[in-house]
Design a binder for this molecule. Structure first.
Ligand code: NGQ
Ligand code: ZN
Length: 463
């Protein structure tokens, strides 16, 4: 057992003072006891300790798009769908080494920003011609390797992708994503499962209602649940209004309504985006105990719309954050945008500071707690709060940072979220191991130079 003394650490509500955390071999918190002052400890942590943030949704390779997709012909009406065409061009030219180099770069940046685990919604499975690699888990194994190398926690979510759109055959440019049928996908899923390290989690992520036809859901979910009844299930839903309209036309219901009524959604589920909801969907989704995986910077970048966060949280809904296309890799910025978008549309402040009148709610700290807990639920990881039995996934704020010194603990988290103080996150631990110290991941330079070489090759996709 390793013993850490934490001077001040975040609880589910409020903060606690000097305590001894015992960590077991697997990096889980075995006990938390008040410090007496005479214990021998392995280490003392002086800064504020917060649960590390799970990043529940993303496609690692898209980090390489950053900055390459912000130009276009002013007469051409760029949109989510034109962005997607450019994203497909990158997907088509990735070699296995590229997948690994980009993921490693992403994971170093994510750890340094305070993310301690990632949900990888992994859909580039096949070679550039669209044939399975000799090893069906070739590309997934690159993600697993990048996570292991950098030390970030991982829930890998292999994606069944069977159709090109509602009632449409796959398009040629989707060939690396597509499986012929549920059995074909489950064969890939089983190959991936055999490659997982003990602390890595595996789920399934039917891409969307567009890409997975109604009759395929039962065999896909059944195949996975026969192996792991609790496997996390993620799906993109109701991100663009065009998708909501098409779904209404083809399936006779809005996407989230269809999932709630036809498939059945519960606490194992994470609905990614869920941007466009009517009142009944808000209530139903909140009651289902599923998590909504919000990706505010990508949703803003792609022009998706604004999630009805106030109504959903008032209904008791659970949220988490992801960085999706990874155009920004910063949990504070995702949380900030959730609240800021509400302020912009309501012309009020502290919109998501919910609770009984007469109390004082710190909106930044409240969002951090909610997203950490919701994120761990969505990834099926024992994390998201500093509690016995949970993994020691935590971040330490720099107590001498000028933007934090004068703040109480909740106000310091508000400052982290709303003021974006550079360098405030000093240390990051995943499963009991320090992965970032003094703001730096030890592999930062090596990983960045591999990534730079990969980007020089990939840039050709955007000429
Ligand atoms: C994706 N990304 O799978 O990477 C999607 C775009 C699609 C987002 N939805 C492709 N943000 O939805 O068809
Ligand atoms: Zn996505």
């Amino acid at each position: 057992m390793r013993k850490l003394r934490c001077e001040r650490w975040m609880r589910g509500s409020g903060w606690d003072g000097p305590s001894i955390f015992e960590l077991d071999e697997a990096g889980r918190i075995a006990s938390i006891t008040p410090a007496r002052g005479d214990e021998t400890v392995d280490e003392t942590i002086d800064g504020l300790v917060l649960p590390g943030m799970p990043n529940v949704h993303g496609h690692a390779f898209q980090r390489a798009l950053a900055g390459f997709v912000e130009d276009g012909d002013p007469g051409a009406h760029d949109s989510f769908w034109t962005w997607r065409t450019r994203m497909y061009r990158l997907a088509l030219q990735l070699a296995p080494e590229d997948v690994e180099a980009i993921a490693a770069q992403l994971y170093v940046e994510a750890l340094e920003a305070g993310y301690t685990s990632m949900g990888e919604f992994h859909y580039v499975h096949h070679d550039p011609e669209g044939r399975p690699y000799a090893d069906r888990a070739e590309l997934a194994a690159r993600i697993l390797a990048a996570a292991a190398e950098t030390g970030v926690g991982l829930c890998l979510l292999p994606v069944p992708y069977l159709a090109g759109g509602f009632d449409q055959p796959p398009r040629p440019e989707q060939r690396r994503f597509v499986h012929a049928d549920p059995d074909d996908f489950l064969e890939t899923w089983a190959a991936i499962r055999a490659r997982l390290a003990p602390d890595q989690r595996l789920g399934i992520a039917p891409h969307s209602l567009r890409a997975v036809p109604p009759e395929a859901w039962a065999p896909l979910l059944g195949g996975v649940r026969a192996v792991d009844p609790d496997a996390p299930i993620h799906v993109h839903a109701a991100e663009q209004t065009a998708e909501v309209e098409a779904c209404l036309g083809r399936l006779g219901a809005r996407p989230v309504r269809w999932l709630l009524d036809t498939i059945g959604v519960d606490a194992r589920w994470c609905l990614v985006h869920a941007t466009h909801l009517d009142g009944g969907e808000i209530e139903g989704l909140a009651r289902s105990e599923a998590v909504v995986g919000l990706c505010p910077t990508t949703e803003a970048n792609l022009g998706d719309g604004i999630f009805p966060a106030e109504a959903f949280l008032r209904a008791g809904g659970r949220v988490a954050i992801g960085s999706d296309s990874h155009v920004i890799v910063d949990p504070a910025e995702e949380l900030r945008l959730i609240e800021m978008a509400q302020r912009l549309i309501t012309r009020r402040r502290l919109v998501l500071a919910l609770g009984p009148a007469g109390t004082r709610v710190h909106v930044g700290a409240a969002l951090w707690r909610a997203a950490a807990r919701g994120g761990a639920q969505a990834l099926g990881l024992p994390a998201g709060a500093l509690e016995v039995g949970h993994r020691a996934d935590l971040i330490v704020l720099d107590p001498s940072h000028p933007h934090l010194v004068a703040h109480g603990p909740d106000a310091a988290v508000d400052a982290l979220v709303f003021a974006g103080p550079r360098g405030a996150i000093r240390d990051v631990m995943v499963a009991g191991r320090w992965r970032v110290r003094g703001g730096r991941h030890p592999a930062r330079e090596a990983v960045a130079s591999r990534y730079a070489a990969c980007l020089r090759r990939c840039a050709a996709a955007f000429d």
